[in-house]
Design a protein around this ligand. Structure first.
Ligand code: FAD
Length: 312
């Protein structure tokens, strides 16, 4: 039987919903135990949130001042130590998980299964390849620990309603000294988090400039949405790179996705494959985005957006 250890993602004392999505994946593995590992300097609030996720067997906390910031080099050896006795180690396929999991796999001398979309059995999974244009079934060896990242957009967050016990764990490992936290440069925003928001408004090259992007932010604020962007908009310097949606940006699954001045290149569409309703605003009626859009508005975004705003 499988015993799954999920590495919790958290920031500023709050658990990221990606952790509950990993729990859904672990449930599909039909694990007899699903434990959540919280590495932090202040575990209480995060562990309490993790304990509430239905399906979690127990929450393990490793409290150490060195864990105050999510440094992959510092986290990985502790995860390896905590993973003794487990058959699977799962992390979300977010910037955080994609940073830590490969180091964990390397320290365990095993390969990594990336971006689990669905589970056939405890060692057989589907995952996207070629920017999501093909889905491949992969099988990992059953006689060794399995390290994997979970494509969060493919899994619903496991519901709340659990009451798992929380246990403090001490891991006896020497932490590397070659990596230390210096500074977190992070955009400050009151808007919802791009990766977990239910509504996202994104702007592309068609928005034209950093100043013009105000029109995208304004619409997003009006409907309580997070803001994303195409790579062309990021490369042009309109917005920072942490807002990029797509193959080399964030993979998201909001209920509503509004693409403004975005042509719909395959690398962008990869990031919104699992979105619910897609609304596209583009002046080119032939733009590929209209092939995937549920609602398409052909016209100048600078005319259409104020009209939408006036109507809502
Ligand atoms: P464009 O393709 O230039 O489209 C701009 C659109 O705006 C056009 O359709 C135009 O009709 C419309 N427009 C212009 N003015 C107006 C107006 N006034 N009103 C309404 N519409 C208007 N791209 C990503 O987005 N994310 C990724 O993660 C990503 N990863 C990549 C990885 C690789 C390896 C490669 C090779 C490419 C990647 N790309 C990615 C880039 C991708 O191929 C496209 O170049 C990019 O998505 C184009 O961005 P865009 O749609 O904003 O720009």
């Amino acid at each position: 039987m499988s015993k799954v250890l999920i590495l919790a993602e958290h920031l500023n004392g709050k658990l990221n919903p990606s952790t509950a999505r990993c729990v859904s994946c672990a449930q599909a593995i039909k694990a007899e135990a699903i434990d959540v590992l919280v590495l932090t300097d202040a575990p209480d609030a995060i562990a309490a949130e993790a304990a509430k996720i239905a399906g979690v067997t127990k929450v393990l906390t490793v409290t150490n001042a060195a864990n105050a910031h999510a440094l992959a080099a510092i986290y990985a050896p502790q995860v390896v130590e905590a993973a003794k006795g487990y058959t699977h180690v799962l992390a979300p396929s977010t910037t955080f998980g994609k940073d830590v999991a490969p180091r964990v796999a390397a320290l365990l001398s095993v390969g990594q299964v990336s971006d689990i979309m669905s589970v056939a059995d405890a060692h057989t999974f589907t995952r996207p390849i070629y920017a999501g244009n093909a889905i491949v079934t992969v099988q990992a060896p059953a006689d060794q620990i399995l390290v994997a990242t979970v494509r969060t957009a493919s899994w619903p967050a496991a519901a709340n309603g659990g009451s798992a016990p929380v246990e403090a764990l001490s891991v006896n490992v020497e932490l590397p000294t070659h990596t230390r936290f210096v500074e977190l440069a992070q955009g400050k925003s009151d808007r919802p988090d791009l990766q977990s928001a239910s509504k996202v408004v994104s702007g592309g090259r068609g928005v034209g400039s950093a100043e013009n992007f105000a029109i995208v932010f304004k619409l997003a604020d009006k409907i309580g949405a997070a803001v994303g962007a195409s790579r062309a908009a990021v490369d042009a310097g309109y917005v920072p790179s942490d807002m990029q949606v797509g193959q080399t940006g964030k993979i998201i699954a909001p209920e509503l996705y509004v693409a403004i001045g975005i042509s719909g290149a395959i690398q962008h569409l990869t990031g919104i494959k699992d979105a619910g309703t897609i609304v596209a605003i583009n002046k080119d009626a032939e733009a590929p985005i209209f092939e995937v859009a549920d609602i398409g508005l052909v016209g100048d975004l600078f005319k259409i957006i104020p009209e939408i705003e006036a109507a809502i």
